[in-house]
Write a protein that binds this ligand. Structure first.
Ligand SMILES: NC(=[NH2+])NCCC[C@H](N)C(=O)O
Length: 414
């Protein structure tokens, strides 16, 4: 890949460019009735959530990180031509069940009535039924797709968009554009697709290892780049073993890829541990955070190490010890598993729930964490990790932490 726009060959190389999304009106378009389907455990107070996110972004910028915002990139990509804007609107409406008909036409006209920035903002925040001026068409919205008067939204809000870790994942000089598990998040990666396809900074400069047009699901919280040839991918509530096998096959056979090992790690399938990075992250060359609850009483778990055979087909080895497996694939003589909440029976699950394991590493041995997880933060410091704490009372209501809220686009190689 000539002049790649993405370079992520580890979890710990100095972070130079990151993709973010500032929480917007979408997080206040959550209601008690829709909270569960929208994957939230409470309704954030937008003003404070934005202040907290700005503090997070400023912490990154103060440490030399370029912060790009997906909605800004989307505006620039869709602004490359009116045809691209119309192609996006058509695809977005189609994926929401509005292929054609009155509702489609009214929504298309409504979206085109905004300038591009306001249109993108509106798509993230959602479009309520009562926003549409029926006089536009002087007809009722009588087709089936738009006729469910019990649903206040014609286009649902995307409150999870500030978790930019998940709809895409940077791997080496490329990216996976993810088919997300739940409907609430599936539209997010359409923005990514158009940015990678049409934005001047990315178009033609990014390998797409796997696009979003698959029936099997994968999310970036499960995708960890352990080094320049080894990935760890969680088999989780959000990522299927089929997707992992498909991605491994692509990476093993694509001439632009230098990845030859995929470590598939099975974790409990539940909301609290929805992705591998809620229970496991890499903070240094030989140091990791781990939530003890992912192992059985004997400290064992299911791990599958995938490598290509002589014909490029996947061969698999079954392991049960996380530490030993990591030492083997990373060629480490020793390694340090730093237990969330000091492995305390009460503290560990409390802090894991609020993303105490979900560190964002900005350089080897240097991380960003939520300040509320003070026991886990203390453990990191006791293991000589430099910890930058950010505030999180409102952000964590979405069940994601600093790693969830960031997608590295460029890390310095080690
Ligand atoms: N990489 C992560 N752990 N992301 C957390 C995403 C949280 C979001 N509410 C969801 O359920 O999808």
């Amino acid at each position: 890949m000539e002049n790649p726009a993405i370079n992520v060959n580890s979890e710990i190389g100095k972070l130079k460019t990151v993709l973010l999304k500032r929480p917007g009106a979408e997080v206040e378009n959550i209601t008690p009735d829709t909270m569960e389907n929208l994957l939230f455990d409470d309704i954030p107070y937008l003003k404070i959530a934005q202040e907290e996110h700005d503090y997070f972004a400023e912490t990154l910028r103060k440490n030399g990180v370029e912060t790009l915002y997906i909605d800004d990139l989307a505006v620039e990509a869709l602004g490359q031509s009116s045809e691209i804007r119309q192609e996006f609107i058509k695809q977005y409406l189609s994926e929401h069940g509005y292929e054609a008909g009155v509702t489609h036409d009214v929504l298309q006209e409504y979206l085109n009535s905004f300038d591009l920035h306001d249109m993108v903002t509106k798509l993230y925040s959602g479009i309520r039924r009562n926003e549409i001026d029926l006089d536009l068409k002087n007809e009722t919205l009588h087709d089936l797709a738009g006729s469910d008067a019990n649903d206040p939204f014609l286009l649902d809000p995307l409150p999870n968009a500030y978790f930019t870790r998940d709809p895409q994942a940077s791997i080496g000089s490329g990216i996976t554009i993810n088919h997300m598990t739940f409907k609430a998040r599936q539209p997010e990666s359409l923005f990514t697709e158009f940015v990678m396809k049409y934005h001047p900074r990315f178009a033609g400069h990014v390998n797409v290892w796997r696009d979003r047009n698959h029936s099997t699901r994968i999310e970036g919280g499960d995708e960890l780049v352990l080094n320049d040839h080894v990935l760890a991918i969680g088999v989780s509530q959000r990522t299927s073993s089929k997707s992992i096998e498909g991605l491994a096959q692509e990476l093993f056979t694509n001439n632009d890829s230098h990845f030859d090992t995929v470590v598939a790690i099975e974790i409990p399938h539940n909301h609290a541990m929805m992705h591998l990075d809620t229970v496991f992250t890499m903070v240094n060359k030989d140091q990791f955070t781990v939530f003890p609850g992912i192992m059985d009483e004997a400290g064992k778990m299911n791990i599958f190490v995938m490598t290509p055979d002589e014909n490029g087909k996947i061969k698999m080895e079954h392991h049960t010890d996380l530490g030993e497996t990591l030492k083997q694939v990373l060629h480490l003589s020793e390694l340090d598993l730093i237990m969330t909440g000091n492995a305390d029976d009460i503290v560990a699950p409390r802090e894991q729930w609020n993303d105490g394991s979900n560190t964002l590493t900005i350089a080897p041995g240097e991380v960003v964490t939520y300040n509320r997880n003070y026991v886990s933060n203390e453990m990191l410091r006791e293991h000589d990790i430099l910890v930058h704490e950010v505030i999180s009372s409102e952000l964590s209501r979405g069940r994601g932490g600093p790693r969830c809220m960031s997608q590295p686009l460029w890390r310095e190689d080690l």
